[in-house]
Design a protein around this ligand. Structure first.
Ligand SMILES: [Fe+2]
Length: 249
């Protein structure tokens, strides 16, 4: 099976369209979305509509989806994120609010092969940035391979049979980077973000996982973020949300 795995679209239609265009060539058997379709970006309804059209999609909610759906408060959000999510809540069509409300909460086991969650295995709101954050999830996840989102940073945490925890940071300038997974280690893998990359690379970031060959492939593509910036400013969303897209922060 070839899975196309993506996360954190965040209402960025231009970035999402670029991924969907790339997906036509990749032609995966199924798609995996690790949450946060909305929040920050100016096109929450449009990104939900596109998501609904994806065939063979496994999806879980993200923290922004949860708050936009009215299932949680904005208490944990910083002022910029809060302003954007209040705006998003108002903009959402009723049917799309319902869609977000009904999204399953991770962790979710996919085809008995791997596990997905938005933040960490135990807490969808928890950020896994470093090995200390990763270790609890790596030692408790029911499968050798798990995928997560939330941090917007493409990365691999690898726990080897020799009890070593390796961090593989994906800093490629190429559009495509393949990595072969071994059969003995445990992996915790983040595909990066579609709509708001934060690894100082403004290109959209997503990945595929070929379960037969045990190969994961990271993809990076340019998209016209200037269009998204204009929309963000037009909607009077915080200026920083526009500025960060071109910087990848
Ligand atoms: Fe996010």
């Amino acid at each position: 099976m070839l899975y196309l795995i993506f996360s954190d679209v965040h209402g960025n239609l231009e970035a999402y369209k670029r991924m969907l265009k790339a997906a036509e060539n990749i032609n995966p058997d199924a798609f995996i979305c690790l949450g946060d379709i909305v929040g920050y970006g100016p096109n929450p309804n449009e990104t939900i509509d596109r998501t609904k059209k994806i065939k063979n999609l496994f999806i879980i909610r993200g923290n922004h989806d949860k708050v936009a759906a009215g299932l949680d408060s904005t208490d944990t959000f910083n002022p910029v994120a809060r302003k954007a999510i209040v705006w998003t809540k108002k903009k959402l069509k009723d049917k799309n609010r319902e869609y977000l409300k009904n999204l399953p909460k991770g962790p979710l086991l996919i085809d008995n092969k791997f596990t997905i969650f938005h933040g960490s295995y135990f807490d969808e709101d928890y950020y896994i940035f470093n090995p200390f954050d990763a270790i609890v999830t790596l030692q408790n996840a029911p499968t050798r391979i798990s995928f997560f989102g939330h941090t917007h940073i493409p990365i691999i945490f690898k726990f080897t049979p020799q009890d070593k925890l390796e961090v593989i940071t994906i800093l490629t300038k190429k559009n495509k980077l393949e990595i072969k997974l071994d059969t003995k280690s445990y992996y915790l893998i983040n595909p990066g973000s579609i709509g708001q990359p934060r690894d100082r690379n403004p290109k959209i970031s997503f990945m595929t996982y070929d379960t037969k060959k045990r190969i994961i492939t990271f993809y990076r593509y340019k998209y016209p973020f200037q269009k998204t910036e204009v929309k963000i400013l037009k909607q009077k969303l915080p200026k920083f949300l526009a500025e960060r897209l071109g910087k990848g922060i």
